[in-house]
Write a protein that binds this ligand. Structure first.
Ligand SMILES: [Zn+2]
Length: 158
């Protein structure tokens, strides 16, 4: 198979299944179910298709999610950047890619990460966790309550 054919089949894979909606590609396979949880797709009634353990040159194994007739706000999708930093979004309208964007970790995130400091108040009381971004690369987040710094390798999703 030539390189061009590969590109065509990849494009078909991304676009074909839905007429209008959103495709989220380049999700690490291990993060797929967390992405579904963060975007609250379990409670979404739209048609959702996903694939995981698809081959990816960049990620090794990747997952892809397609949600029909649903368009996310940038704030909604940026929440998944914590666990899927390479994720790419394609907005599909009438079977065509109308818009594309990549995700970016927001400056503050609430209610997604768990603080890894066992003494942190968020691990003892029922309060929402809050983290502030310290640096983008490497990605480091800081707990607003105990000031603990957490790097990407140690992220635990609530
Ligand atoms: Zn903390």
């Amino acid at each position: 198979m030539t390189k061009n054919n590969d590109k065509t089949s990849e494009k078909e894979l991304i676009v074909k299944a839905i007429k209008d909606g959103t495709v989220i590609d380049r999700i690490p396979s291990s993060a797929l179910f967390k992405v579904i949880a963060i975007l609250d797709l379990e409670n979404c009634e739209n048609q959702i298709t996903f694939g995981m353990n698809l081959e990816s040159k960049k990620l090794g194994r990747k997952a892809i999610v397609k949600v029909a007739d649903r368009f996310f706000t940038i704030d909604e999708v940026n929440r998944i950047a914590l666990i899927a930093p390479d994720a790419k979004l394609s907005v599909i309208r009438n079977y065509n890619v109308a818009d594309k964007c990549t995700v970016r970790v927001p400056d503050t995130v609430e209610n997604i990460l768990r603080c890894i400091n066992p003494r942190c108040v968020t691990n003892h009381e029922h309060i929402a966790t809050k983290f502030k971004k310290v640096t983008d690369s490497p990605l480091v987040m800081q707990c607003r309550y105990c000031e603990k710094h957490i790097d990407q390798e140690h992220f635990e999703i609530q």
